[in-house]
Design a protein around this ligand. Structure first.
Ligand SMILES: [Zn+2]
Length: 314
């Protein structure tokens, strides 16, 4: 990282998170999550994605408006996660007893599943994911709350209070390839609004997972890995084409454009805004980061900004 990039990053982080009000009924950031097998094999398969969101939406429907106040400090500031309160009980899963807690600088892990788990080891891995996302995205929530449960239909995330939350299955909790990057990207992106089009939010999470496997966890060689995912029936095919064409620095540039425009994003990515306006905001950021108009390519792939809301195959 150059000095300029570091200064830019710190400035982004330090200015992060002015007050945002989230309507809890719309606060499910990523209702339809990337089930690991689906993501790993790069094939659309919606079954696992349908179940959790319905339950979550129903549970959240009656929730109150919640203030979301960011903290003007670096994400790595110690004791942030340790000092935050447990999140509001907005889903049936919050009712599960908390058997243990573990915190790092920016991650609070709540164990609802198994008292034998080394939760400190889980938290340490999740903090690595958090730190990597700070670099990749250039902005961050002050902390992420991670629930570990035995009964979730699949991994998912939501934001109903001050801090975004993600829910991971205990069975795969030590596998950092298993939804860490995907769900945490949703948590980070919730800084930009509470009603981001599903296709964009989900595909960005897939890009976070793809890049984490290469850059953070170092389990994959980029060319062969991308080639495996590069098929027209992959749910994130469109963003993958942009990644291929514009390189590994492309999405970091996209995030920096979005963050620079965060006031506009927060106004646009709300339930009151029409879909086409949201997609125009997204395409403008994708275009600026690319240095050329990406809409013709997206249209060629079947994307229509007037109608595209869901991710391909969902
Ligand atoms: Zn997702």
């Amino acid at each position: 990282m150059t000095k300029g990039e570091r200064a830019e990053r710190e400035s982004l982080i330090e200015s992060a998170m002015p007050r945002i009000v989230f309507a809890a009924a719309f606060a499910v950031v990523a209702l339809l999550t990337g089930a690991p097998a689906t993501a790993r094999h790069g094939v659309a398969a919606g079954v696992a994605h349908g179940a959790a969101p319905v339950a979550v939406v129903g549970a959240l429907g009656a929730a109150l408006l919640a203030g979301c106040t960011g903290v003007a400090s670096t994400p790595r500031a110690p004791a942030i996660a340790a000092s935050i309160a447990d999140p509001p009980a907005t889903t049936e899963w919050h009712a599960e007893p908390i058997l243990a807690r573990a915190t790092t600088a920016n991650v609070l892990v709540l164990n609802h599943a198994d008292p034998s788990l080394r939760l400190d080891a889980v938290a340490a891995q999740l903090q690595r994911q958090y730190d990597w996302l700070v670099e990749w995205m250039g902005f961050a929530p002050r902390a992420v709350v991670v629930h570990v449960g035995a009964n979730y239909p699949c991994g998912f995330s939501l934001r109903a209070g001050a801090d975004p939350e993600m829910f991971l299955l205990a069975g795969g909790i030590f596998d950092s390839a298993d939804n860490y990057a995907h769900e945490m990207q949703h948590c980070f992106l919730s800084e930009l609004g509470d009603s981001i089009p599903h296709w964009f939010n989900e595909s960005l999470s897939d890009m976070a997972w793809l890049e984490s496997e290469i850059g953070l966890w170092q389990r994959r060689h980029a060319p062969a890995w991308i080639a495996q995912l590069d098929r027209i029936d992959w749910r994130s095919y469109e963003l993958l084409q942009l990644r291929k064409r514009f390189g590994p620095g492309y999405f970091p540039r996209v995030f920096r454009v979005l963050w620079r425009e965060r006031a506009a994003c927060r106004a646009t990515f709300s339930a009151a805004t029409k879909l086409d306006a949201k997609n125009e905001q997204i395409v403008a950021a994708l275009t600026e980061a690319a240095g050329e108009d990406v809409l013709p390519l997206l249209r060629e792939l079947g994307f229509d900004p007037r109608t595209r809301e869901r991710q391909r195959g969902y």
